[in-house]
Design a protein around this ligand. Structure first.
Ligand code: SF4
Ligand code: FES
Length: 236
């Protein structure tokens, strides 16, 4: 069937302002939106810029706005949209456009780095691995599924109104270490998150949870950080 794609185009180095370009694509209902974008680039317009790598919801590089909703182009199928085969494709909101659908991820990744996204343990290292029980691993398991696609942060109304808010993706990563039974930096981690640019910036809007392509209960995890702060750095 014929599908109409209206795609955001903008090259800040050459264009004065953004525009939208129309493409017609032959697609099956089971085709991914990414398949359609690939067809456009391979068969019609090699200048169209977008990111993608794995095509299977693993690398997190192809988060876009599809008909007004943020999602992974490789996870969304043509048949998922009841829009008479008309699609409007735009970059992630909130992020600066580098070219067309490619956005600057650096501010997002800087916020991610700010929560120290690695295990801190000041005890002497054991002979082998730092063992974690299955029960303890279950606590942080949802956060381990995060692919850093930025869909949550791009959709978050607080991130839109407060540029200093660390955002749901970084908070989820912070949760992963605050609740990691092997991490010994819980106190300093919670102190760093105890503010309106940290965990208290979250107003429990649930948009992050709604858009997460990995089904992670992001809002609930942020709520658990708030609870840990109130319990004065005590690990559950
Ligand atoms: Fe993407 Fe979900 Fe991770 Fe947010 S929490 S970056 S939406 S995978
Ligand atoms: Fe890797 Fe979509 S291309 S998540």
């Amino acid at each position: 069937m014929k599908c109409q794609f209206t795609v955001f185009r903008f090259d800040p180095a050459a264009d004065e302002s953004p525009r939208y370009q129309e493409y017609r694509v032959d697609a099956e209902p089971t085709d991914k939106i990414l398949d359609c974008l690939n067809k456009i680039r391979w068969e019609q317009d090699p200048t169209l810029a977008f990111r993608a790598s794995c095509s299977h919801g693993i690398c997190g590089s192809d988060a876009l706005t599809i008909n007004g909703h943020v999602g992974l182009a490789c996870q969304k199928l043509v048949r998922d949209y009841k829009t008479a085969n008309n699609f409007v494709i735009e970059p992630l909101p909130l992020f600066k456009v580098i070219k067309d659908l490619v956005v600057d991820m650096n501010p997002f990744l800087e916020k991610h780095r700010s929560v120290k996204p690695y295990l801190i343990n000041d005890e002497p290292p054991p002979e082998g691995e730092r063992i974690q029980s299955q029960k303890d691993q279950t606590v942080i398991e949802p956060a381990l599924r995060c692919i850093l696609c930025a869909s949550c942060t791009a959709s978050c109304p607080i991130s839109r109104s407060n540029p200093d808010y660390v955002g749901p993706a970084a908070l989820l990563r912070a949760f992963r270490y605050v609740y990691d039974s092997r991490d010994t930096a819980t106190g300093s981690r919670l102190a760093g998150l105890d503010g309106n640019d940290g965990a208290w910036g979250c107003k429990t809007m649930w948009w992050c949870t709604d858009v997460c392509p990995k089904g992670i209960p992001v809002t609930r995890c942020i709520g658990q950080i708030k609870r840990a702060i109130k319990q004065k750095d005590k690990k559950p």
